[in-house]
Design a binder for this molecule. Structure first.
Ligand code: GLN
Length: 286
């Protein structure tokens, strides 16, 4: 089969998929090694049977609602590539707003101690470690399915991130950050994109999202369970004037601001994602 013939074949398989041209391009590039330029210049180039089969199989799964990112096995976040697959949440552009706000608030010109809770693929921890290379970055993840992706993404991106496997709901985990009876490691920023979907939202998931791990999505009945526990438990670790900053669901700003206030945080702020929704909330422990 030629490049052009495969392209036509994928068009027909993907016809119901919303971003079909983009998805086709990704499948051909990543599964057949045909770049966008080659597609235009060598439409009659013959493809191996293995390449054609891989692309056709990928397109069929995509047409059945399976996430493109899992088919490709990788996805880009903040200009870097992250390995993904079933068992780990796919990095989303929304989360880039959290990273932008964190970097803007911490500043690039001094070292920081940063702790990323519920790290998943590690997209936040890795990006912060690369963008703020003087800083010490720690990442905590519980899921045995997600943890290998985290470790691999740290390695493949050459990021310096110290990893800890454990449950952020368990206060005993803080002991890993203790350096003496009175003192913890220097942490001046706790950042997290915890699971935050509500019961109702879990029932109305977009088909693609149903393939992602529930443990990375579901934040308890009202979606706020992790914010309550992290704000209350992990603030213990923050240095004076430390920053706690969360990704939130666009409807959760008032609730998360209140949780932060109730836990003694001040100078509470929010920030928007690229689509204009309120996607970030945080505060300082003065
Ligand atoms: N942003 C994700 C979604 O809407 C949810 C991720 C999360 O719960 N942290 O599917």
């Amino acid at each position: 089969m030629t490049v052009n013939e495969l392209s036509a074949r994928l068009d027909s398989i993907l016809r119901e998929v919303p971003d079909k041209d983009f998805d086709k391009m990704c499948l051909m590039e990543d599964l057949c090694g045909v770049t966008r330029e080659q597609m235009a210049i060598y439409p009659d180039k013959k493809l191996s049977e293995a390449a054609v089969n891989a692309a056709v199989k990928g397109a069929r799964r995509r047409a059945a609602g399976y996430p493109l990112q899992y088919i490709l096995g990788k996805w880009e976040f903040y200009g870097r590539s992250f390995k993904v697959g079933e068992g780990v949440l796919i990095p989303r552009p929304d989360t880039e707003a959290l990273v932008d706000e964190t970097i803007a608030r911490l500043g690039r010109n001094k070292p920081h101690g940063i702790l990323d809770l519920c790290s998943g693929s590690g997209c936040i921890a890795v990006t912060l470690a690369k963008e703020l290379p003087e800083s010490s970055v720690y990442a905590v993840e519980l899921s045995p399915e997600a943890f290998p992706y985290l470790a691999e993404n740290v390695r493949a991106n050459g990021a310096e991130v110290k990893l800890l496997k454990g449950d952020v709901m368990n206060g005993a985990l803080l002991e890993n950050f203790r350096i003496s009876e009175e003192e913890y490691l220097d942490i001046d920023c706790i950042v997290s994109n915890p699971p935050y979907l509500t019961d109702r939202e879990m029932e109305e998931l977009q088909q693609e999202v149903t393939f992602e791990p529930e443990t990375a999505l579901y934040g308890g009945t009202d979606g706020l369970k992790f914010y309550r526990v992290i704000a209350c438990l992990w603030k213990e670790l923050l240095k004076k004037d430390g920053l706690m900053i969360f990704e939130i669901g666009t409807e959760q700003a008032e609730d998360v601001k209140k949780i932060l206030t109730d836990n003694g945080f001040t100078d509470i702020f929010t920030a928007n994602d690229a689509t204009g929704g309120i996607r970030v909330a945080g505060g300082y422990l003065r």
